[in-house]
Design a protein around this ligand. Structure first.
Ligand code: EPZ
Length: 429
């Protein structure tokens, strides 16, 4: 199993290209199941989760090809995927596949809408909480689906097709919004989703569905009004940049000091995180190619923050900010309100000397004078990258084990960082 070796203490300088967003690419790929025509997605990141989902889609009958080879794999633009699901040959998404990646559960709505039936294993994914799917199932039931749970599988039927309806989500869920949005695009009549997730990745999927022929109003707001179609067309769509990857590299620069341009990053996708970074004493300015992050000499100011659905502070950057706060000049407080168990990084950060107390959903982080490198274990995706940040701040060597979690969501992480001067290398085997 691969490991990553980091020697901390070097400020970063240079340019880091930001990849396409994993959490948009995955539902966009799933949208290909809604049409028998070709969906072309540009700027798809080369990640383990993307490759896994491509396998799952092929199992349902989608043809998948990647256009040529990238001329220069170090440039900004990701892969171009062609996905054509001319026929859905299998309406079952098996446990062996879905249990490895939670987002693959979102094939349920599109297959049901197109085929009138679907059988999809209950999902797995990062171990950050119980992560139920009740909102997904209630949403599909509102569209007319009959749903049973049988031997770990969701068995959904709608022999006469799905019908539009009004759905008011009792809490904001990115996945349930994707699920209903995708299904409603191929349902009869109008669907209104209230309390929809406003995450930019939801908006990106909605914009692609509009290109495919669906009528969607309210993109970017909490009320989505969807006019379903009896058939959808193919389309060409470019995946938006990954705001979580950009926010992560911004935390790295805040942690190590230095001056880096995040090429392709968009400020409008990161407003709350940038405000938090600025409070820590980091300079964030616009550059012609993206966002420039710099921190010189002065220490890190402590901050308090609370995760919230977009446009609030993203839970997917919580662990990275916590790593940064371990070296702040005082005490920071971070409250996690989205997932009940997203603190797996705390005990690993403690191995490097971090001082963090947990009480329920709140972590109190007392900044320490220095961290010291140690062997640590990657747990979930964002927790793992928080260990990279801490390792880059620490004195001496940090060895991160189980790095496959990182490969699920960060494209060429070591290469992007080492090109800016970080001492980070992958040890294979
Ligand atoms: C998406 O997960 C993202 N995954 C997560 O990113 C992200 O952390 C999360 O949204 C929140 O922003 C992808 O986009 C692939 P939710 P999702 O449904 O859709 C509860 C990463 O690191 N809930 O918005 O699974 C749920 O338990 C990943 O890239 C229900 O109660 O998240 C949680 O407390 C990790 N019932 C809250 O809602 C449901 O039916 C928000 O979850 C569904 C969710």
């Amino acid at each position: 199993m691969d490991r990553i070796k980091i020697t901390g203490g070097t400020p970063l300088k240079g340019i880091i290209p930001i990849s396409g967003a994993k959490n948009a690419a995955l539902p966009l790929m799933i949208a290909s199941l809604l049409t028998s025509d070709r969906l072309t997605l540009k700027n798809v990141p080369n990640l383990a989760d993307v490759n896994m989902l491509a396998r799952i889609l092929r199992n349902h009958g989608a043809d998948h090809s990647i256009e040529g080879k990238r001329a220069n794999p170090s440039t900004l633009m990701g892969d171009t995927f062609h996905l054509t699901a001319r026929d859905i040959v299998d309406t079952t998404a098996p446990y062996e596949m879905v249990s490895r990646m939670r987002a693959s559960f979102w094939v349920l709505g599109p297959i049901l809408a197109r085929m009138g039936e679907a059988r999809v294993s209950l999902p797995g994914g990062c171990a950050i909480g119980t992560r139920p799917v009740d909102l997904h199932l209630d949403g599909l039931k509102a569209l007319g689906a009959e749903i049973d749970i049988d031997a770990g599988y969701v068995v959904a039927k709608a022999p006469r097709g799905l019908r539009g309806n009004k759905i008011v989500f009792p809490k904001v869920s990115v996945g349930a919004t994707h699920q209903v949005l995708l299904a409603a695009s191929l349902a009869r009549g109008e669907t209104v989703i209230e309390n929809a997730a406003r995450e930019p990745e939801v908006g990106d999927v909605a914009e692609c569905l509009v290109k495919m022929g669906a009528g969607i109003e309210g993109i970017g707001t909490s009320t989505l009004r969807i006019q379903g179609r009896t058939r959808l067309d193919g389309a060409i769509h470019t995946v938006l940049p990954d705001r979580i990857e950009a926010g992560t590299f911004a935390c790295v620069v805040a942690a190590t000091g230095g001056d880096v341009v995040l090429e392709g990053a968009r400020r409008d996708l990161l407003v709350t995180a940038i405000a938090a970074l600025e409070k820590t004493g980091v300079s964030v300015t616009d550059s012609p190619d993206g966002i420039r992050i710099a921190r010189n000499g002065a220490g890190i100011e402590p901050i308090s923050l609370e995760t919230q659905p977009f446009p609030g502070f993203p839970t997917d950057l919580q662990a990275q900010f916590m790593a940064l706060m371990t070296r702040a000049k005082g005490t920071s407080v971070i409250r996690e309100t989205i997932f009940e168990n997203r603190f797996m990084h705390v005990q690993e950060l403690a191995r490097l000397g971090a001082d963090i107390q947990l009480h329920g959903d709140t972590a109190t982080i007392r900044g320490v004078k220095g961290l010291k490198g140690a062997p640590v274990m990657a747990t979930d995706l964002r927790a793992s990258v928080s260990l990279v940040i801490a390792g880059l701040m620490a004195e001496g060597e940090t060895m991160i084990n189980r790095v496959y979690h990182l490969d699920r969501g960060f494209e060429r992480l070591e290469e992007k960082l080492s090109r800016c001067g970080a001492s980070i290398e992958r040890i294979t085997g």
